[in-house]
Unconditional design. Structure first.
Ligand code: FAD
Ligand code: SIN
Length: 537
């Protein structure tokens, strides 16, 4: 089955929905493909809020400076400046479609504070900012007749002119012509024709055993872009959030950094507040520093977690400001007004990704990327808290402006013949256990060998194991029909390879990449880059 649109948007988080709305408003037909239900995304779980300059006591220079400091010398200053500067206007548009940020009794925005920020500048909706953003955007999208939203459609791979011609080296005429997607409920692969594909598929937290991310975060867009021959950058910079709720089930519910913004203190197994010993900003130091400090304290004491203490704030305030965190902890028998919260670091955010410019364009004509999937240069070696939602919405707007121009000058794809998926290979499945086993092995390998503190030896160990898994899944992929778990595993293996390859490229410790063999920072900061030759399936 074949469908044709002006623009395909993969993903229905803040990036994809914001972009789709802007493009449809220009008069183009848009298909949004999302692999589960429409609201399921990292966006939906965002707690702290959006970092944006709105108050008279704040300014762009201060937000820029905090971002650069957190990014540890690797941010692109021009990108930081432009994204920070575009923030207020883009956020105003979110407000115009019905998003209601929390306000104080006087009616002013109730600005939150998080690690690495020198000022209160985080707009939030209590501790459920992401859910409110999703609701507002999904409502606006539902009112737009030019947008068709396909739930349970799993994007498999971008189709390009070079792939169709089986070219081994990139040609000057290479461009996007469409995309294969699995209709999950019907178990059949559909071909979409379009000259533009926007990858807004989010991050890759699921490559680690312990993560704050929901199941959808399997790095699909990064893997797709990589397979299409597009450059991937800085994948070694995986951000571990310092404070995920410790539980024996392995789930890692986030305890927002905003809790520390309201005065919470980290304590070790002996009950001592330890962050002063690591950084002058103590509990509000940038995330890489706090996560490493917790890791060190846990290794020193042998305890499975540290404690987060907000017991000096009264219960009424905590219930009102952090209703979700309060209730979630309460269900587990923790009253955060009286009890300390057991917390551990967990994989949280993918700072690297698909290399794009400030218009969300990749080097492949017609392929765009925005949101967590992309690497614009904003985050450098460590993302500043709450800069992710900001980047996603700003880059969605910028991408839409570029796509408008691209389509006007672009070529049609309707004359291009794309082979049907079933003609490319595949067969019946008889050993699904391989997929389940390899999922677990991959995520544990990444957690044990490519975590907060790294060594070359461990990275090389991980590299060998991932290569074995890659070979096994590659054979499996070619011989059996596809399903979401297999497709996700194939993507996660690509992600793991990218993280380890980038980590091995970096002979220094910078930001989130801390490696025992190279403890110092090099004088000149450089991005790590990986690219490969594309194949048709
Ligand atoms: P997502 O919101 O993750 O959306 C990705 C979409 O792509 C989903 O709809 C998914 O189903 C779809 N998708 C993926 N692969 C495919 C495929 N193959 N085919 C079809 N569809 C696909 N950042 C902040 O700035 N402030 C915060 O307060 C904050 N809090 C956070 C709290 C938590 C618990 C987490 C996990 C993250 C938080 N972040 C926060 C990070 C932020 O939420 C994300 O970086 C951001 O929401 C990413 O938005 P996105 O649109 O790029 O991707
Ligand atoms: C949080 O609320 O701590 C998450 C904020 C972020 O990831 O930016």
């Amino acid at each position: 089955m074949t469908r044709t649109f002006d623009v395909l948007v993969i993903g229905s988080g803040i990036a994809g929905l914001s972009f789709a709305l802007k493009v449809a408003q220009q008069g183009h037909t848009v298909a949004i493909l999302t692999k589960k239900t429409r609201a399921e995304s990292n966006t939906n779980y965002a707690q702290g809020g959006i970092a944006v300059v709105t108050s008279k006591t704040d300014d762009f220079a201060s937000h820029v400076s905090d971002t650069l400091t957190a990014g540890d010398g690797l941010c692109n200053e021009k990108v930081v400046l432009e994204i920070v500067r575009d923030g207020p206007a883009c956020v105003k548009e979110l407000v115009s479609i019905g998003l209601k940020f929390s306000r104080t009794d006087s009616g002013a925005y109730d600005l939150g504070r998080e690690g690495g920020h020198s000022k209160r500048r985080i707009l939030h909706v209590k501790d459920m900012t992401g859910k409110a953003i999703e609701e507002a955007l999904l409502h606006a999208v539902s009112q737009e007749p030019r947008i068709a939203l396909f739930e349970h459609f799993f994007a498999i791979d971008v189709i390009t002119a070079d792939k169709l011609a089986a070219r081994k080296t990139p040609s000057a005429s290479n461009r996007v012509v469409g995309l294969y997607a699995l209709d999950v409920r019907d178990s059949r692969v559909v071909t979409f024709h379009a000259p533009v594909v926007m990858l807004s598929t989010g991050g890759a937290g699921q490559v680690y055993l312990y993560t704050t991310n929901p199941d959808i975060a399997t790095g699909d867009g990064i893997a797709m872009a990589y397979r299409a021959g597009v450059e991937i950058r800085n994948m070694e910079f995986i951000q571990f959030h310092p404070t995920a709720l410790y539980s024996l089930t392995g789930e890692r519910f986030l305890i927002s950094e905003a809790v520390r913004g309201e005065g919470a203190i980290l304590r070790n197994a002996a009950g001592e507040a330890f962050m002063r010993g690591y950084h002058e900003l103590a509990d509000l130091a940038p995330r890489d520093i706090v996560a490493r400090a917790i890791d060190t304290e846990m290794k020193k004491s042998g305890a499975p977690h540290v404690w987060l203490d907000i017991t000096h704030r009264n219960e009424a305030f905590l219930k009102e400001r952090f209703p979700q965190i309060y209730q979630t902890c309460r269900k587990l028998g923790i009253n955060i007004a009286k009890d300390m919260i057991p917390v551990v670091p967990a994989a949280h955010y993918t700072c690297g990704g698909v290399a794009t410019n400030l218009s969300a364009e990749t080097k492949l004509a017609g392929l765009y990327a925005c949101g967590e999937v992309a690497c614009t240069g904003l985050h450098g070696a460590n993302r500043l808290a709450s800069n992710s939602l900001l980047e996603a919405v700003v880059m969605a707007h910028r991408g839409a402006a570029s796509v408008g121009k691209f389509i006007k000058t672009g070529k049609s794809v309707s004359e291009i013949k794309i082979p049907h998926w079933d003609d490319l290979g595949g067969g019946d499945v008889d050993e699904r256990v391989v997929v389940a086993h390899n999922w677990d092995e991959l995520r544990r390998t990444m957690w044990d060998y490519v975590s907060i503190m790294r060594t070359t030896k461990r990275l090389e160990r991980a590299h060998t194991r991932i290569a074995n898994l890659a070979k096994e899944i590659h054979d499996y992929y070619w011989n059996f029909s596809v399903d979401p778990r297999l497709l996700e595993l194939r993507n996660l293996i690509e992600i793991a390879e990218l993280v380890v390859t980038c980590a091995l490229q970096r002979k220094e410790s910078r930001g989130l990449h801390a490696i025992v063999d190279y403890p110092k920072k090099l004088r000149v900061a450089r991005d790590s880059r990986v690219c490969k030759t594309p194949a048709i399936r």
